[in-house]
Ligand binder design. Structure first.
Ligand code: MCA
Ligand code: AMP
Length: 492
């Protein structure tokens, strides 16, 4: 594990600043090792056992992640805002037999863990154990499972090996010229690649520091910009949108002071969803920084990026990153002529290993000669890739999260008053797309959509719930009787 070997050589440098405390690489290395001994118990290697953990962003999150890796386990970070059914899905799908939680999440999962005889570890209660040798972890071993929503109704576990993660990190360190002098703010959720790889992974790989804030909030982000000596910032377009909205209501003096504090940064990056040109332009005026937009996916980390040096072209995602090969193909997997639209397909050491326990889905997502099919449609426009859309209407991107319309529909259809439904994403300046649902009631009774909101919040995390409902007699359908989502969108 090159990430951790490198850290062991940086003992005195500050790795993490969180909750008013600083933590050195030496401390992180020692204490993740101690937790790894505890996780191992009587065994000498966890042999890719899945270890789920629910720990807020900060020093402990990284300590637990490293401990799992150093003991030979597969890290399964749980989303902190998932309701119980979504957590149970991940626990059951991965077959995790051990859950590590910060005390604040103990009540949520304790009963489930007891009923299912899982090993349940509350971080704050753990006692030191005797030192023991740690296993040797080769780069081909599975390291992490992250859940991604796709064209199926249930999320799929994306398995990355240590080698995949190392490739994903190393290419960004090279392309964006990371160094040990960097300091980055982390405000992203840590059950996704953006926060885990691009922010924490890259920083710790090169001896830089990560400043953690538990949750995104514009005021605290700007305070950190002023006070924490940051050099880098990375976020999704919705976050830039929210920061701009906050900035715009400040007094001219406050704005001026913030603008000057942002001069110390060397790079600001946007990704996970299309960056609106208006956001890029406004951000440049208020911060003095031209955002670098890049393109990635849970299954491959980053693949395409605007250049660090050179033109960062609005509305474009740039060129292939070092070590990544990209092509655009038609529906027969044939490369399209220059300037034509095609599906982005990718090859490289960054591309994931498999969907967890879904060999069929894994097979289908690669071509016979090993290209990963992203499902995103793009053109090569004067040397820069530009995304045109996705091959599936059932994938929605909202707030930087990938959301499956089918998954939400499946939940809505279990409501006794709903006979059928169609979920779509509609364009939205702030969220990129807004999740909305057209519903056909089950009976004559009036369907009160205000009551649906609390009902669905018990079943899905807030970022996946519909923000508007429309009750209809029937859904728009084609001649075959299949719902036409494009027409559903028009209803909104
Ligand atoms: C939350 N709200 C929403 C949405 N999400 N409303 C509409 N659409 C949404 N998608 C509502 C909440 O329900 C709540 O309202 C209010 O907004 C505030 O909720 P909160 O959770 O506090 O929102 P927030 O903290 O302001 O969240 C916005 C956010 C968050 C910070 C932009 O969505 C976020 O962290 N996004 C980043 C996701 C990410 O990291 N994606 C990377 C995936 P109410 O009180 O009424 O409920 S990895 C990836 O995509 C690839 C690899 C890549 O390329 O990076
Ligand atoms: P996820 O499954 O959460 O990893 O989301 C990956 C998807 O996010 C990609 O397949 C794209 O559809 C989308 N995406 C990521 N970066 C960008 C970008 N810069 N512009 C447009 N779409 C993006």
């Amino acid at each position: 594990m090159e990430l951790i070997t490198r850290a062991s050589k940086e003992a005195d440098r500050i790795a993490i600043l969180a909750h008013g405390k600083t933590h050195t690489y030496g401390k992180l290395f020692d204490e993740s090792g101690q937790l790894a001994w505890l996780l191992l118990g009587d065994s000498s290697d966890l042999e890719e056992e899945r270890i789920a953990f629910m720990v807020p962003p900060g020093y402990d999150y990284v300590r637990v992640q490293w401990a799992i890796w150093r003991a030979g386990g597969i890290a399964v970070p749980l989303c902190l805002t998932y309701p119980l059914p979504s957590l149970v899905y991940v626990l059951q799908d991965t077959g995790a037999r051990t859950i590590i939680v910060a005390r604040q999440y103990a009540d949520l999962l304790q009963d489930y863990a007891r009923e299912n005889e899982l090993r349940f570890l509350i971080l704050e209660d753990l006692l030191p154990v005797a030192k023991k040798p740690l296993p040797d972890i080769t780069s081909g071993r599975r390291a992490m499972i992250l859940y991604t929503s796709g064209t199926t109704n249930l999320p799929k576990g994306v398995v990355s090996t240590h080698g995949n993660l190392e490739a994903q990190i190393a290419m960004l360190v090279e392309a964006w010229e990371w160094s040990a002098d960097d300091r980055i703010l982390c405000i992203l959720p840590l059950h996704h690649v953006h926060g885990i790889v691009n922010v924490i992974g890259c920083a710790l790989w090169c001896g830089a520091s990560v400043v953690f804030q538990p949750k995104f909030d514009p005021q605290s982000v700007f305070r950190s910009f002023r006070e924490d000596g940051l050099t880098l910032f990375m976020a999704v377009p919705t976050i830039y949108y929210k920061l701009i909205a906050y900035f715009d209501q400040l007094s001219p003096e406050e704005q001026e002071s913030l603008t000057s504090s942002m001069q110390a940064f060397r790079l600001m990056v946007s990704g996970s969803a299309a960056l609106p040109v208006s956001v890029m332009e406004r951000w440049q005026v208020l911060s003095g920084h031209r955002l670098l937009e890049r393109y990635g996916m849970t299954e491959m980390g980053m693949a395409i990026s605007n250049p660090y040096h050179g033109e960062r072209r609005p509305g474009h995602i740039g060129q292939a990153l070092p070590g990544v090969t990209v092509r655009l193909v038609d529906e027969n997997n044939l490369v399209v002529p220059d300037g034509d639209a095609g599906e982005i397909q990718v090859k490289g050491a960054n591309v994931f290993h498999e969907y967890w326990k879904k060999p069929e889905a894994t097979r289908e997502t690669f071509t016979e000669d090993g290209w990963f099919k992203t499902g995103d449609i793009a053109i090569l426009d004067d040397g820069y890739y530009r995304i045109l859309g996705r091959s599936s209407v059932d994938i929605i991107k909202s707030g930087g999260y990938k959301i499956s319309a089918l998954e939400i529909e499946e939940v809505l259809r279990t409501h006794p008053q709903i006979r059928d439904c169609a979920v779509v994403g509609i364009p939205d300046d702030e969220w990129g797309e807004l999740v909305v649902a057209a519903l056909i009631p089950a009976g004559a009774e009036v369907l009160d959509t205000d009551l649906l909101d609390p009902w669905i919040r018990e079943r899905l995390p807030a970022y996946r719930i519909p923000r508007r409902y429309l009750v209809v007699e029937d859904l728009p359908r084609n001649a075959m009787g299949k719902v036409t989502k494009k027409e559903v969108r028009k209803l909104f």
